[in-house]
Design a protein around this ligand. Structure first.
Ligand SMILES: [Zn+2]
Length: 385
């Protein structure tokens, strides 16, 4: 999920990349062929990796001279697969080097296979067409998850075919260019307070508050937490395995919740909206001291993920997300400005201003203050302050 900015003729274009993950459903005879292909591809990558490691050469042209024949004859790679193998290995070395790691031989351990769109794979009429050791095969895939990408505005990137838990998945980077929502076009500002009781509480330009309920989620997280604790105490290998499985299940579930909530937010407010969230990066250590149990403790990655999802979904709808300094968002009175810790009763989830007596739900106060910060942001941008 990457997002970066390119300038085209003076107007800002955002390039959004989303990784679509879909399950493919091969028949039994296709399963063994795919497994063989993935294993052969992995072995071929390890062979090329040895050559790269020995020669320290990352040019595809010279690698081609040294490895192509062997890839074809000893590793049964078809011509295009041999090219992909070299690309995969070169890319992995490049990213390792750019991450500042030392020059070591990279081992390819997972059965994975990189596929170039319209050369090694395509998706048409409900079928995933893929190059294997034995030529092209066409496999059923779960089309529902992909439907949104077939409107002609998305580019299909180099996909990865993955064999995990006995199943096959296709990870496809989908890219689309959108025009960035400009501040001058913003028609409403919405403060979005992220919490656990209410996953999100919003306050909009019409003064309307909406609670996106998270009570069930709080309970479910607590259940997962108890379960994890029990298993951690057991310290047997089967407990560790279950722990890992449960962790993966929790991650999938939370990811799904985040998808739903970010979609609900963007669907509700739509085009030309400025959504204002708290910037929680870099304040994690402080957060855990300052914030109470029910807010930002269990949450770091889940909130970060929610924010990322909100950002790209907003961009797809010509809306915009900004993250502002969370300082005082839960303590400041939105009516008179009086800021004091005691304004907020955390246990009762109630805010009551010590100066003017303004009283409201504390998540709503957070959203109101964020909305105010969003307005200040626009004013500052407009006046160049
Ligand atoms: Zn007040």
């Amino acid at each position: 999920m990457v997002q970066y900015t390119i300038l085209v003729k003076g107007c800002v274009v955002l390039e959004i990349t989303v990784t679509a993950k879909i399950k493919i459903n091969p028949k039994p005879e296709e399963i063994s062929l795919l497994q063989e292909t993935l294993n052969a591809y992995k072995k071929a990558c390890n062979f090329v990796s040895t050559v790269v490691f020995d020669t320290k050469n990352l040019s595809q042209a010279s690698l081609h001279k040294v490895t192509y024949q062997a890839l074809r004859s000893d590793y049964a790679m078809r011509s295009q697969m041999a090219q992909s193998v070299m690309k995969t290995v070169i890319a992995r070395y490049r990213s390792t080097i750019s991450n500042g790691h030392n020059w070591t031989r990279i081992k390819f351990q997972k059965p994975e296979y990189d596929l170039v769109w319209n050369r090694d794979y395509s998706l048409t009429a409900g079928l995933f067409s893929v190059n294997t050791l034995d030529g092209r095969i066409k496999v059923l895939f779960e089309i529902e998850a992909m439907e949104q990408y077939f409107d002609g505005t998305w580019f299909f990137g180099t996909a990865k075919l993955v064999n995990k838990y006995g199943k096959f998945f296709l990870h496809i980077p989908m890219t689309k260019e959108v025009k960035e929502a400009e501040l001058a076009d913003i028609r409403q500002v919405v403060g979005v307070d992220m919490g656990v009781n209410f996953l999100a509480t919003t306050y909009d330009s019409q003064g309307k508050t909406t609670f996106f309920n998270g009570r069930d989620i709080k309970h479910k997280r607590a259940k997962y937490k108890r379960l994890r604790k029990q298993l951690q105490q057991k310290q047997t290998s089967s407990a560790r395995q279950r722990l890992k499985k449960i962790g993966q299940r929790e991650t999938r579930w939370m990811t799904n919740v985040n998808h739903q909530i970010s979609k609900a937010l963007v669907d509700r407010y739509g085009q030309n909206t400025l959504l204002v969230v708290e910037n929680l990066t870099g304040i994690r250590a402080e957060t855990e001291k300052v914030r109470v149990k029910d807010r930002y403790v269990t949450v770091s990655w889940a909130f970060y993920q929610l924010r990322q999802m909100l950002e790209y979904k907003a961009a797809l709808h010509e809306a915009k997300v900004i993250a502002v300094d969370p300082k005082h968002t839960s303590q400041a009175c939105p009516k008179c400005g009086h800021t004091e810790k005691a304004n907020r009763n955390k246990k009762k989830h109630l805010f009551c201003c010590k100066t003017c007596g303004y009283t409201s739900n504390d998540d709503r106060i957070g959203a109101m203050n964020l909305q105010q910060k969003g307005i200040e942001y626009i004013v500052a941008a407009a006046t160049g302050a």
